[in-house]
Write a protein that binds this ligand. Structure first.
Ligand SMILES: [Fe+2]
Length: 132
């Protein structure tokens, strides 16, 4: 599940952050698969949570800077995903660091971001290219 060029939005800052995000998600997946310590997995999960928030904030700032018309829909999607991530961290903590929880969770976050990039983020790049 690495970042692949077909996921390019065409805005360097956004693409770079997406690449980093996929790298971190992969690290989390590997840690889960290799039964690494739950403290370490918890740390990776916390990092992914923080990084996602930072990424969404940067992406939202960029959309505002180009007066992107679908900003509100993007922000809504981001907020919903942040809530999902919070739920997932909570599930992981309450499960006592279950492997199943972390592998499922990983699948969910990667699927979500992949779809979000394809369906929504790519439009940001298209708008930037045609209107600026
Ligand atoms: Fe987005």
């Amino acid at each position: 599940m690495p970042w692949t060029p077909n996921l390019s939005v065409g805005v360097k800052m956004i693409d770079d952050q997406h690449k980093m995000w996929f790298e971190k998600a992969e690290k989390l997946f590997d840690a889960g698969k290799n039964h690494q310590a739950k403290e370490y997995i918890g740390e990776l999960l916390a990092f992914l949570d923080d990084y996602t928030k930072k990424h969404f904030a940067d992406e939202e700032r960029y959309m505002l800077s180009i007066h992107y018309p679908e900003y509100e829909a993007q922000k809504k999607a981001h907020t919903a995903f942040i809530a999902e991530l919070a739920k997932l961290r909570n599930d992981f903590d309450t499960s006592g660091g279950s492997l199943l929880v972390i592998l499922d969770a990983n699948q969910m976050v990667v699927d979500w971001l992949t779809k979000h990039i394809s369906n929504m983020d790519k439009k940001i790049g298209e708008f930037a290219r045609t209107n600026h």
